[in-house]
Design a protein around this ligand. Sequence first.
Ligand code: HEM
Length: 392
Amino acid sequence: MSAAASAEAGLSGTGGCPYRVLRNPDTVREVLHRPQDFSPANALLAVTPLSGQALRILQKARFALPPVLASNDTGTHTGIRKVVAGFFTPAKVAAMEPRIRGLARESAARAAQRLASEGSVDLVQAVAADPPAVIMLEMLGLPVRDLPALKAWSLDSLELFWGWPDADRQLELAHSAADFYRWLRELVLEFVASPDPNLFNALARHGLSTPEICSLGYFLLIAGQETTTQLISTTLFRLAEGSRGISWSEAASGPKARDLVRHVLATESSVPTWRRVAEQDTYLDGRAIAAGEEILLELTGNHGFPWSENVDTDAADADHSGTGRPGPTPYGLAFGSGIHRCLGAKLAELEAVVVVHETAAALTGVRLQDSNPDWIRLLSFQAPRTVVVEPG
Ligand code: HEM
């Protein structure tokens, strides 16, 4: 997607829901398994059309997101996916567990110290923010550098593409996305030339151009860590709230931490929806779908979006209410399904379980200081911005 293309494809903005919303898990799965009928070409398009001024800011940075992976509906997807998947094989993910645990323990210990010395601590900043980013960069053979900037850029870019920023906010966000892109381009050029194995030189060897590598890097450097930070944030919030039938002390045991992470993945995952567009006139559950129709797939429970109230959903039979107790809840769609299924699913779940477990073990007896924090609420991303706890 070029920034210009994203604006052209920008949605009506008339207040009505520009998407056909699908909620029934069987129907959602069917759409994901019919890529010839339902293309991911719209997966990364801006939800809110970008203004000319915002587009010019992006163009000055040569910002462009040609389809390579998540939004690629051509035959090149399989080969590119294989290159990326090679960095996250089950064996490589399993081998990272001690490193993940080490980072989680360090951050949890620092959080415990801060709690003792300052009387409260924000678990989003203290334990959820950094470990997923450090792990992702290390697994990709990239340097762990400029983490605070990477975290801020990630949130800004998610808002620019999946939010409803007004004209002024678009300019701020476009400047941030342009800064991120310039930084990324330098990183790509540096690491394509490096003799050591890394994602960028692997993609260059596969034949990708610099803009294509930047496009993939832009998506992956956000998707590969901020989504996991958000999953950890929601899980710790629900744990501290005590609303999901698992107590703080119980989560200090690994299996309970896993139950809770899986419960959040089913009921209010960090990526609750994802998009597709009908490639041709077709049928779904006996209903006609016109070529070009944009579809919003509800993958998990969610906190709603601006048009939730008057959406014509396909069925009301999915229970994503978020009120159920943890247990063997199905969370099979939280990472998508089919040929674009998330390549980081195992890693994300492992990181979330380990961080929640180690945090619960290191901070005994805490409760929420702010039970009504501000939330990130975008079309496809959701999580509390802060999880501030105090001694219980
Ligand atoms: C809680 C954390 C995460 C969630 C909820 C999540 C969710 C998703 C979803 C819903 C998709 C779209 C799937 C589809 O179209 O069928 C996706 C795609 C993807 N995710 Fe994740 N993700 C997470 C973490 C990660 C991590 C940690 C990585 C890498 C380290 C990653 C890499 C990818 C990639 C590369 C794709 C595109 C795959 C393709 O198009 O072939 N994700 N993710």
